[in-house]
Design a protein around this ligand. Structure first.
Ligand code: ATP
Ligand code: MG
Ligand code: MG
Length: 548
């Protein structure tokens, strides 16, 4: 794999190596298994795996599973699949829950050292007594319990003698600290819930700010990379490793999370879209999830190139979604076979073409990559074209088909329209043309030129297909007006069309990608395609105003 571009975290590693502070670089990707991974996670995956890879180090996949109520093995499995699909293989596969016993023992150590206490205040009372940026917090009336009493209560918390919320274990640090995270943060809470990994073994669970540094230290992680919101938590991260007397000292570094235009990235909102059936599951092609992007037709290569291009910065920013599209277009340009598809069919009868005759025409599979060879497409008396490639009363500069005008059929002949058939309401239902046998594609005909080239599908042999076109799921304009999440959802994000593809598409496989002439890139939907039903997801259009 290509080495990752330089960034500030890479520079930190170079310095650490130079100064002899670090030998083997160990990073980790630590998702909470409470949802499917999204493109923001992809940025973190690429960053962690590429960084270790560049220095011959290791990367663990660690499930940060300290919140039993929201976590599920379905998410664990999807996360493993998505990381592998992106092209990465982890060294160790771990669960924070594997360390619960050790974390518990270290918490006992904190109590013994007088650095943690059991507190009976409610979550609400703790929040209120924490103070504000300008006002110090108030000490809990339970703060000065004896070590013996704390040890006894903590053990009874573990045994299940108390109800959810009745007690917590808190660090005893400093209620006047300018950093609110250091004002006696909660280390353990009670939750009588079944955990996806540890079942009913535990009813007390460590908080993220306690579990994360300890997990990192247990695994010998050297560079623990997280998003910017955790910058203020770093003193607590360091405190936990130091006061728990961990043998290995991990260090935390923060970078700016990825935000994309017209996209929600928080799992909470993505889950809401799934639960309320606004989308067809976590892998709906409109979702910014890895599984959604895969089903839409994105490739791992495109996502990795995107992640490398956006880089790693300390400053908050919003990346234009068009940049992600740029990379899939680039990746598919030479790989995807080109073919024709009619998405909104209009029947054309070629009145001077012999009935019953079918001829096979040659067409290049990818003119930009001639090695892909030639395909054959049938042509006969009846074909389909796009509805909007015909106008009965066209404006000037319309060079496609209209009565009296001649156009080129891609890979075939020139045709000229001489008649229009309408239904009782006056809608055009069929058009009649003549073709000129002299103008066959590849024959070198140049006696006259036409301005328009349109695509088509043979009506006798074309295969019916369904096409799914997408618009962004989220409307940024609505967001800017301060509307609620549900009000920002684009009601027109999916359009389903029924048309035809070339007969040589009979054997296509789920996830095969094509460039449809003039329409852009499409992917064979892996979920809904079945015998007798062929569905293509629009990945991206052919052109964009976006410049890298
Ligand atoms: P969400 O808010 O979407 O639930 P999260 O941070 O709670 O995200 P985790 O499962 O805890 O989700 O994330 C695993 C890792 O991925 C973390 O190290 C986190 O920093 C990183 N990550 C999450 N979202 C982004 C993002 N948008 N950009 C970059 N990294 C991210
Ligand atoms: Mg998290
Ligand atoms: Mg989260």
């Amino acid at each position: 794999t290509k080495s990752a571009p330089s960034n500030f975290i890479k520079n930190v590693v170079i310095e650490d190596k130079k100064a002899g502070r670090v030998d083997t670089v160990i990073t980790r990707f630590p998702p909470e298994p409470n949802g499917y991974l999204h493109i923001g996670h992809a940025k973190s995956i690429c960053l962690n795996f590429d960084l270790a890879d560049d220095f011959g180090g290791k990367t663990n996949l660690r499930f940060d599973d300290t919140n039993p109520v929201k976590e599920d093995t379905e998410y664990v499995e999807s996360i493993k699949e998505d990381v592998r699909w992106l092209g990465y293989e982890w060294d160790g596969l771990f669960y924070a829950s594997d360390y619960f016993e050790e974390m518990y023992n270290r918490a006992v150590l904190l109590i013994q050292k007088g650095q943690a206490y059991v507190c009976d205040l409610s979550a609400e009372e703790i929040r209120e007594s924490r103070g504000t940026l300008t006002e110090p917090g108030k000490e809990s009336p339970y703060r000065n319990r004896s070590v013996e009493e704390n040890l006894d209560l903590f053990e009874r918390m573990r045994k299940g003698e108390f109800k959810d919320g009745e007690k917590v274990l808190r660090a005893k640090i400093d209620m006047a600290s300018p950093n609110i995270n250091m004002r006696d943060p909660v280390l353990y809470r009670i939750s009588h819930a079944t955990h996806h990994n540890t079942g009913d073994k535990w009813c007390i669970y460590p908080m993220y700010d306690y579990a994360h540094p300890l997990s990192d230290a247990i695994e010998g992680v050297t560079h623990s990379i997280c998003t910017l919101e955790f910058e203020d938590h770093r003193p607590l991260y360091d405190w936990a490793i130091r006061e728990c007397e961990m043998e290995h000292v991990s260090r935390q570094y923060e970078f700016a999370r990825l935000n994309l235009t017209n996209t929600v990235m928080s799992k909470r909102f993505l889950k809401q879209l799934v639960d309320e059936k606004i989308v067809d599951g976590w892998d709906d092609p409109r979702m910014p999830t890895i599984s959604g992007l895969r089903r839409r037709g994105y490739t791992p290569e495109a996502i990795r190139s995107f992640a490398r291009e956006i880089g790693v910065a300390k400053a908050y920013s919003v990346v234009d979604s068009k940049m992600l599209e740029h990379f899939i277009r680039e990746d598919l340009k030479l790989k995807a076979p080109r073919t024709m598809a009619v998405l909104r069919p209009l029947k054309v009868v070629i009145t001077n073409y012999p009935e019953e005759q079918v001829e096979m025409l040659d067409a290049e599979i990818n003119p930009e990559n001639p090695e892909m060879g030639i395909r054959q497409i049938p042509f006969s008396r009846e074909i389909y074209i796009e509805q909007d490639d015909f106008m009965e009363n066209p404006p000037s500069k319309y060079f496609r088909l209209f009565p009296g005008n001649e156009v080129r059929l891609k890979n075939a002949y020139f045709i000229k329209c001489h008649d229009v058939v309408k239904d009782e309401q006056g809608n055009v239902v069929e058009i009649h043309c003549t073709y000129d046998p002299e103008t066959k594609s590849g024959s070198g005909f140049n006696a006259r030129k036409v301005k328009g080239t349109i695509h088509w599908i043979d009506a006798s042999q074309g295969i019916p297909a369904e096409f799914r076109l997408y618009e962004p799921l989220i409307l940024d304009e609505q967001q800017e007006e301060g509307k609620s999440f549900l009000e920002c959802i684009n009601p027109n994000s999916l359009e389903v069309l029924f048309g035809f593809v070339e007969p040589n598409m009979k054997e296509v496989q789920p996830q095969e990608k094509f460039q449809f002439f003039r329409h852009g890139y499409f992917n064979v939907d892996p979920k809904l395609t079945s015998d007798g039903r062929l569905i293509f997801n629009h990945i991206v259009s052919l052109k964009s105003s976006f410049q890298l």
